[in-house]
Design a protein around this ligand. Structure first.
Ligand SMILES: [Zn+2]
Length: 495
């Protein structure tokens, strides 16, 4: 372990939704030279497995805390909050935000996910490092929670919006927080047009340049989110263009330090994507599907009291939570919902809890499992499993249990179902399908993610200049990023 004096700084680069195969293509075309060089000089995995659902709020919370949704408490991109009797949406699409209320969505996205939804019992790496006296800096990233207060500094559109909405509260983050146009701890000229897609990577680069020049961080998170939006619109095969842009924006930060070589003299770098992307051929209207089985679904903000509806649903790309609204009727309604959904051709898996076990169904096939001693998965977790292994395409070799198609699925399903805000059911559609969100939006002809499938879940990891002792690690999870970050600074993760 290095002493603080000779320890390098650490730069974590997050490229939202970067599909490993698309990175390889960009590298082969010569358009991602920095990522290519980091791989050559370090090590990489193209099977760094996302959370379940493999959606940015859940995955980001896992990267930052090193925990799954059961512990960090963020269940999905949108979900039903039983305590507040309302849908939470972190901005899945603008039409969906309009149904939930744009201001409400912004408050949930900017403040409440950090201050209320993310469990106080799972420290972020910003909190762990800052508590150990290590200065951190963060660009615009969904989870930024830390100990330092940051005043709202919105100008232009952000300022005007704050004035009419009362959104100008302080945030609590790392020492430096340069978040969209609303938090700017070092007073930069960087502007992001309030975070519209296509403008975000350049804002991160601008912020990163200022942070490098100010030279007062030991850990810096650079978030490049534009790739995800590009891939949603044009499909994962078009990602090489947006990956090239992320690499070029990263280059600007490197140049501020005097170029790649100079930057690497005093930095280690980790690059991670939070999830991957699969191709969407067709959308599923989940509310209509459930209506066909006579289920009355609670609408967002329609003035309908929950008492009028049987269930709440949170359709989020390639995963959906379903909530039985009246707990007294859960026992009776849950089996009926399971039966209706497992008969639907376009639904792939249906998951739920019963007693102390997790259940999964795929058509007629059914599996149930819980932590135990019968088998061990590739991350060393023990499981007792009974039923049809086909539900998760599991195979057993000796006492090891594994799935190629749905990697790390036992642990991921278990954690998803045990999230306090989880639905009574979580469902995934067949590959190629996506649920319409509450605004009627899907990405047919483009890309999306959310399910357990490796096409959605197998993300990219690159580790350069740190974590050498983990080079031979066999099964990676995005949760390991938290471990790598803390270990770099000599802190234990408690895992
Ligand atoms: Zn996305």
């Amino acid at each position: 372990m290095s002493s603080p004096k000779d320890r390098k700084k650490l730069c974590l680069v997050v490229v939202d939704g970067m599909r490993p195969a698309s990175l390889q293509k960009a590298i082969a075309e010569g358009s991602a030279p920095n990522f290519a060089r980091l791989i050559r000089e370090g090590y990489a995995s193209s099977e760094c497995i996302s959370s379940f659902p493999s959606l940015t709020p859940v995955a980001t919370s896992t990267i930052v805390t090193g925990r799954g949704p059961a512990e960090h408490g963020v269940p999905s991109m949108n979900w039903y909050n039983r305590d507040e009797k309302r849908y939470i949406d972190y901005g899945i699409s603008f039409p969906a935000s309009r149904r939930s209320g744009v201001i409400t969505v912004l408050k949930d996205l900017v403040y409440r996910i950090n201050q209320d939804h993310l469990s106080p019992d799972t420290p972020t790496f910003f909190e762990s490092l800052e508590n150990a006296g290590i200065r951190c800096a963060c660009t615009t990233y969904m989870i930024y929670r830390g100990p330092h207060e940051h005043k709202f500094v919105g100008s232009g559109m952000a300022g005007a919006l704050a004035g009419v909405t009362g959104m100008s509260r302080p945030a609590y983050g790392p020492t430096d927080l340069l978040y969209s146009d609303i938090f700017d701890s070092i007073g930069t000229e960087c502007r992001s047009s309030f975070g519209v897609p296509g403008k975000r990577d350049q804002h991160t680069a601008c912020a990163g340049i200022e942070l490098v020049l100010a030279d007062r961080y030991e850990f810096m998170l650079l978030s490049f989110p534009d790739n995800d939006n590009w891939s949603h619109r044009f499909g994962p095969d078009e990602q090489p263009a947006s990956i090239a842009n992320a690499d070029a924006q990263f280059q600007r930060v490197l140049d501020a330090a005097g170029g790649y070589r100079r930057f690497m003299e005093d930095h280690a770098v980790i690059v991670v994507s939070d999830h991957s992307h699969s191709v969407v051929h067709e959308a599923i209207d989940l509310v209509e599907m459930l209506g066909g089985h006579d289920w009355e679904v609670l609408q967002p903000r329609k003035g309908k009291k929950p008492g009028d509806a049987d269930i709440a649903v949170s359709p989020a790309a390639r995963a959906a939570h379903i909530y039985v609204l009246d707990p007294a009727h859960r026992g009776g309604k849950l089996p009926l919902l399971v039966e209706d959904l497992r008969r639907e051709q376009k639904i792939e898996q249906v998951f739920w809890l019963d007693e102390d076990e997790a259940y999964g169904a795929l058509g007629e096939a059914e599996i149930h499992f819980k932590p135990g001693t019968q088998y061990t998965d590739r991350r060393g977790v023990g499981w007792d499993v009974e039923g049809d292994l086909i539900v998760l395409d599991l195979f057993v070799e000796g006492d090891e249990i594994h799935s190629e198609e749905y990697p790390d699925s036992l642990a991921r399903v278990w954690s998803a179902l045990h999230c306090p805000g989880a639905g009574d059911l979580i469902i995934t559609p067949e590959l190629g399908y996506e649920f319409l969100d509450w605004g009627g939006v899907a990405h047919v002809g483009g890309g999306t993610h959310g399910s357990l499938h490796k096409a959605d879940s197998a993300a990219q990891l690159i580790v350069t200049g740190t974590g050498e002792h983990r080079r031979e690690q066999r099964a990676w999870s995005i949760a390991d990023v938290n471990t790598l970050v803390l270990e770099h600074f000599g802190l234990s993760t408690g895992n």
